[in-house]
Design a protein around this ligand. Structure first.
Ligand code: CTP
Ligand code: MG
Length: 171
């Protein structure tokens, strides 16, 4: 099983296309207050967690809170797709700004799994092609993630690997 040994003070980027299971993973392994999700911040500024035009304001708010947490020495997980290098670079920059370690956990499950989950959801109304595009962006850029500045990159490629992953914190 994958052993995810997190530095006690880290900025954790949870990376994966929609329906990869990011929020489920976050809820299982982290305190609710440690998890900053882009959906939650979209809802916070707009009442609508799917509102794309709220994305800018949502991330401004998310980064503000993340910065306050990191300045206070609190481990923080960012629950957003972060499939594009530009999105992840902002997370690495934020971690550096507060002198904490950026690490990434990538959920790269098979596309049919994500599409089946997406079809069963009623809280995501976009077309399934969006998931394919997100997965494509992730897979094209996954190999370069360590070079982007993440100290560790753990990749989980099946639900079995996700279920078996052990998350611990090391001083
Ligand atoms: N799900 C599942 N089995 C799992 C994990 C998730 O059936 N082992 C289901 C969840 O119940 C949810 C859907 O798959 O309905 C998506 O999981 P979620 O954790 O919400 O995925 P996210 O990656 O957070 O998706 P999004 O980016 O859209 O928030
Ligand atoms: Mg989610």
């Amino acid at each position: 099983p994958t052993s995810i040994r997190l530095p006690e003070l880290a900025l954790v980027a949870l990376v994966g296309a929609s329906s990869a299971g990011k929020s489920t993973f976050a809820a299982r392994h982290f305190l609710p207050t440690e998890v900053l999700s882009s959906d939650f911040f979209r809802a916070l500024v707009s009442e609508d967690e799917n509102s794309l035009d709220a994305t800018g304001d949502a991330f401004d708010s998310l980064f503000y809170v993340a910065g306050k947490r990191l300045a206070r020495g609190r481990l923080t997980l960012i629950d957003a797709t972060s499939v594009r290098p530009d999105d992840r670079r902002r997370l690495v920059d934020l971690a550096r700004q507060y002198d904490v370690l950026p690490v990434a956990v990538v959920l790269d499950l098979p596309r049919p799994v994500l599409e089946a989950r997406h079809a069963a959801r009623d809280d995501r109304d976009f077309r399934p092609e969006v998931i394919g595009r997100q997965m494509g962006e992730l897979r094209r850029t996954l190999r370069g993630m360590q070079k982007e500045g993440f100290r560790h990159v753990w990749v989980l490629r099946s639900q079995e690997e996700v279920d078996g992953a052990q998350v611990t914190r090391v001083p």
